[in-house]
Design a protein around this ligand. Structure first.
Ligand code: ATP
Length: 160
């Protein structure tokens, strides 16, 4: 076990995260975005995994030697936050996974098949009924109220 595996295992134990074997996912990954610490992919599971849908999103985190301190800190704070969030307005977090072939770590998350809100709004142009606009605004507010009131977290990065 190297230093990186050490913090990975520590985080799993500390936050009681599910460590999902990377071999349980099909090899073919579709890149769906780029996040703050790496690429984000859609993959399917080879066989049913309890409490996890067939299609999921893998959020990569690159932990290089040169920036490992900062990356690990950010990764852990995202893990900590996500493992506590259980709400319909927030993307579900299922656990973590590691591709042993290239030492790549991933957050395993619910796949949003319509993408993010920005993409949805661009696709629809201005063709959205006022009722739908109000519904979207309420859903955003509900998510913010949840993380604020239940998790005591200020979002600070709400962008569309
Ligand atoms: N669970 C998901 N389902 C479908 N698409 C996703 C998912 N997560 C991320 N994406 C896609 O990847 C893009 C980048 O993801 P996201 O904004 O979550 O990254 P991030 O790491 O939070 O970035 P930053 O930290 O720089 O804000 C999104 O805009 C979206 O298009």
């Amino acid at each position: 076990m190297n230093d990186t595996d050490d913090w990975f295992q520590t985080a799993i134990d500390k936050y009681e995260l599910k460590n999902i074997p990377f071999e349980d996912f099909n090899k073919k990954k579709k890149k769906i975005g780029r996040g703050g610490f790496g690429d984000i992919f859609m993959v399917t599971c080879k066989k049913p995994i309890p409490s996890i849908p067939e299609k999921i999103a893998l959020k990569g985190v690159s932990v290089g030697e040169e920036d490992s301190g900062m990356s690990i800190k950010r990764f852990l704070s995202e893990l900590k936050l996500h493992s506590r969030a259980k709400n319909d307005r927030i993307i579900n977090f299922f656990g973590v996974s590691k591709d042993e072939d290239n030492d790549q770590y991933y957050l395993v998350m619910e796949f949003a098949d319509e993408g993010d809100l920005r993409g949805y709004l661009i696709k629809k142009k201005s063709n959205i009924q006022w009722e739908k606009r109000l519904d979207l605004a309420i859903q955003i507010a509900e998510g913010i109220v949840y993380i604020h009131n239940e998790l005591n977290i200020a979002h600070r990065d709400l962008v569309i």
